[in-house]
Design a protein around this ligand. Structure first.
Ligand code: SAM
Length: 286
């Protein structure tokens, strides 16, 4: 039996049966606009030769659309109360598997090996917004086996994730996203497309993972520490932020900045990935 998963009465019936109450803490806002999930699934570029990881299936409204297009869909859900609901709503699909757990504690590399083997793997999800950055960082760094990440996030987060590095809207996450992927904003989704309706607007973005980073970095760990420290205190100059964030004397930072041709007043949001790479080399004495 197929349930109308964008219909409020159906949603309430399915959830009430399990004594389910929406949790703000778990970012539970389910999609009720019938056009949104098919659009996300289409734009994610998945096909029958592709395995999909979904984070937070909720009652399975996006999952069902993904199952129509993909070879296999593995969805990770942390709320136990939703599992019996998903058993019902996805009963018709033999290519859906639900894993109970916290995505931030899941070994994604192992999951991909076990569930998809060597095939192409994409991520597609309406993310729980309260952990957008840690999820994105984990997807970008925990495995090299993901092809693309198509996710709905809060609109402001989308603007930051898809900003150009070196522009006013950029932050440490922008630099990381750009290092690992090419980011594009796909479309906006208004508050009324969700139940319950959230306070913020949303956007769907797609990150296409790069085969090689766009800049050569001699010490990747230091590179990301430099970026994190540089953006650590947004209203300060890079010199002050780097000195306190890295615990290094200002004089050392100042001479590294000068060596790279920067003014001492330079700010992190004007620096490009190439700039951060050069600064990392200068700080490590290379
Ligand atoms: N995919 C559904 C939709 O679009 O209607 C639900 C999306 S809702 C924004 C986020 C979902 O993520 C919820 O089902 C929530 O329980 C789940 N979730 C929250 N934190 C999680 C975590 N750490 N790991 C896995 N799932 C999580």
């Amino acid at each position: 039996m197929r349930y109308e998963l964008t219909d409020r009465a159906t949603i309430e019936y399915l959830l009430n049966e399990q004594g389910f109450h929406f949790s703000k803490n778990l970012g539970q806002n389910f999609i009720i606009d019938p056009e949104v999930c098919p659009r996300i699934a289409r734009k994610s570029g998945i096909s029958k030769d592709c395995g999909v990881i979904e984070i937070g299936p909720g009652i399975g409204v996006l999952t069902a659309q993904l199952c129509e297009l993909a070879g296999k869909v593995v969805s990770i859900e942390v709320d136990k109360k939703l599992l019996p609901v998903l058993d019902k709503t996805l009963a018709d699909f033999d290519n859906s598997k639900i894993i109970y757990g916290d995505v931030l504690k899941t070994d994604l590399d192992k999951l991909i090996d076990e569930e998809f083997g060597e095939g192409r793997v994409c991520v597609c999800a309406n993310l729980p917004y309260y952990i957008t950055t840690p999820i994105i960082m984990r997807l970008l760094t925990a495995t090299k086996k993901i092809d693309s990440i198509t996710v709905m996030v809060q609109k402001e987060a989308a603007d930051r994730l898809c900003a150009e590095v070196g522009s006013r809207n950029s932050g440490a996450i922008t630099a990381a996203v750009n290092y690992y992927s090419e980011a594009e904003k796909l479309f906006d989704v208004g508050k009324s497309s969700f139940y319950p309706s959230p306070k913020v607007d949303s956007s769907v973005i797609r990150l296409n993972l790069r085969k090689e980073p766009p800049v050569k970095v001699s010490d990747e760990k230091l590179f990301f520490s430099v970026i994190k420290a540089a953006f650590g205190q947004r209203r300060k100059t890079a010199l002050n932020s780097l000195s306190s964030g890295l615990g290094m004397p200002k004089s050392d930072i100042a001479s590294a900045l000068t060596k790279c041709g920067f003014e001492p007043t330079v700010r992190a949001e004007t620096m490009t990935l190439e700039d951060f790479a050069a600064l990392t080399d200068a700080l490590s004495g290379k």
